[in-house]
Ligand binder design. Structure first.
Ligand SMILES: [Zn+2]
Length: 509
């Protein structure tokens, strides 16, 4: 695997956090350090495919370093983020000489005092491994690119799908880049961030979607010296200076002009398509009218996405706006979930199966986005196991809704969990004994990943993205942003824009 013929040592670490600036700050206790789990990184869904491919490609010793995952949530406490960095740096020092490092990241992190934690993390790794050791990073499709991130890395691999159904493929690809770099390949990185802030519903990558067309064009151009083309939708809810749609190209060292041309072409295409992005969801009132029609058999069943309360976007999964509207309108034949309310789950466990209870969702809350809602409910299921979905983005991974229950509210069957979990597949509803396949109306707290986990039950024309208040809102013009780059379309009018491509020589200088 190396010219010297000796066994190579590759470190694998990670820092993955998608920060929603509107959500409450978190601490280290909210994170998960995957190398400490049973079986370590090799057994994990998050890293296993990378390690397997590295082993297939050569005689390689994997050095498992700390790999921190924080999911989607508010910013991490500043001191706790420094602890994460210090821990990883110390582990690399203890590991001794490494021939390469793969970082499994996300690319949309921030802390309470650092709005580019991904750049900070990658540069900390770079500074301890030295300039000559290859550094490959994998990022989420919703990464917000920064110059510090590009400067630290030799290869940047972004997911190419949204919903993210290619995560395992990108892990395999990262291993192959690392293999070539260990064989002596050297790279450059060209990138450009557009003054364009797309709400999450505008970022689908199906072939008929505008962003899907750009991703596809990028893969056509990813030939010869162009080693990787990554188009990032960005995550505007992070509210940092680095938010925005971007294109990042990794090419062979010496082919910087070709890399820059690809970046320029794709950025121009992204900009030119801006009249076609879907910028707003369906108003709640209109969505409930459609749900009523579906309920009465006047149209096909519908799946309503409560996009603004998506735990996958940092929301708590506890808003009652959609539930309240459906109850008030008398819509029945509804299956919905998962609503996060540990107190309600506790009451359901105390009442037992078939028990009838008077509950109040968000009991005692004064938060405008977590309004209390009183209901009479019959307990239909009590569950204490973990969830392993079989379809969609999370297929094969382990999810942790905690103690959960299903409640019959009279016409509306709702799954309630103790921890916020995005309902990205029908397995999540079945986990609590619900039957989405027979419902006239299904409501999910998910923004887009549900599309890959319900595609066998609902076609795209049966999907309604609902505009209700929430932390993960797609209505970007309703929030007083503090740090977003301005001017940026569509918040500000921009008549003319030309891409300015930045080229980095790759981490190995
Ligand atoms: Zn994402």
């Amino acid at each position: 695997m190396t010219p010297t013929g000796r066994r190579v040592r590759v470190g694998v670490t990670g820092y993955a956090h998608e920060v929603n600036a509107l959500a409450d700050p978190i601490t280290l206790g909210h994170g998960l350090e995957a190398s400490q789990l049973e079986g370590g990184l090799a057994a994990s869904w998050e890293a296993g495919a990378l390690l397997t491919r590295l082993h297939e490609l050569g005689d390689v010793e994997i050095v498992e370093l700390p790999m921190w995952e924080f999911g989607a949530s508010g910013p991490l406490d500043g001191d706790d983020f420094r602890t994460v960095v210090a821990q990883v740096v110390a582990a690399i020092r203890v590991a001794g000489s490494l021939d390469g490092v793969v970082v499994l990241g996300h690319g949309a992190g921030s802390s309470t005092d650092d709005r580019d934690t991904d750049g900070t993390f990658l540069n900390a790794v770079r500074s301890v491994i030295g300039a000559e050791v290859p550094l490959v990073v994998v990022l989420d499709f919703h990464a917000n690119m920064s110059a510090a991130m590009a400067d630290a890395c030799d290869v940047i691999v972004g997911y190419r799908t949204n919903p993210h159904v290619d995560i395992q493929d990108r892990l395999v690809e990262a291993a192959e880049h690392m293999h070539r770099m260990l064989d002596g390949e050297r790279t450059c990185i060209a990138w450009c961030s557009l003054p364009m802030l797309l709400p999450q519903i505008a970022q689908l990558t199906a072939p008929d979607e505008p962003l899907g067309q750009v991703v596809h064009r990028g893969q056509v151009l990813a030939v010869g010296p162009i080693r990787n083309v990554s188009v990032f939708g960005g995550f505007s809810l992070g509210d940092t200076e680095h938010c925005g749609t971007s294109v990042v190209v990794t090419a062979l060292r010496g082919d910087e002009p070709a890399a820059a041309r690809v970046v320029g072409e794709l950025c121009t295409q992204l900009w030119t398509l801006r009249g076609r992005y879907r910028m707003h969801a369906t108003p709640l009132v209109s969505a409930v009218v459609e749900a009523g029609r579906a309920s009465r058999g006047e149209r096909t069943p519908v799946i309503m996405a409560d996009v603004a309360d998506n735990p996958g976007g940092g929301a708590p999964g506890n808003s009652t706006f959609v539930l309240d509207a459906l109850l008030s309108a008398g819509v029945d034949g509804v299956v919905m979930g998962l609503h996060c309310d540990p107190d309600v789950v506790t009451e359901a466990f105390e009442a037992g199966i078939d028990g009838t209870i008077d509950i109040e969702f968000n009991h005692g809350s004064t938060r405008p986005l977590a309004r209390p809602l009183r209901c009479r409910a019959r307990v239909t299921a009590l569950v204490q196991t973990v969830l392993v979905p079989t379809r969609g983005v999370y297929a094969g991974s382990t999810r942790h809704p905690g103690r959960s229950c299903a409640l019959d509210l009279g016409g509306i069957a709702i799954g309630v969990s103790s921890h916020p979990v995005q309902c990205a597949d029908d397995d999540t509803l079945r986990h609590v004994g619900l039957h989405p396949e027979t419902a006239r109306v299904v409501v999910v707290k998910s923004r887009g990943h549900f599309r890959a986990g319900f595609d066998h039950l609902f076609s795209p024309d049966q999907i309604i993205e609902v505009s209700a208040p929430g932390v993960a809102t797609v209505e970007l013009d309703t929030i007083a942003w503090q740090h977003l780059p301005r001017p940026a379309w569509p918040l500000d009018p921009i008549e003319q824009w030309e891409p300015t491509v930045i080229v980095h020589r790759g981490g190995t200088r």
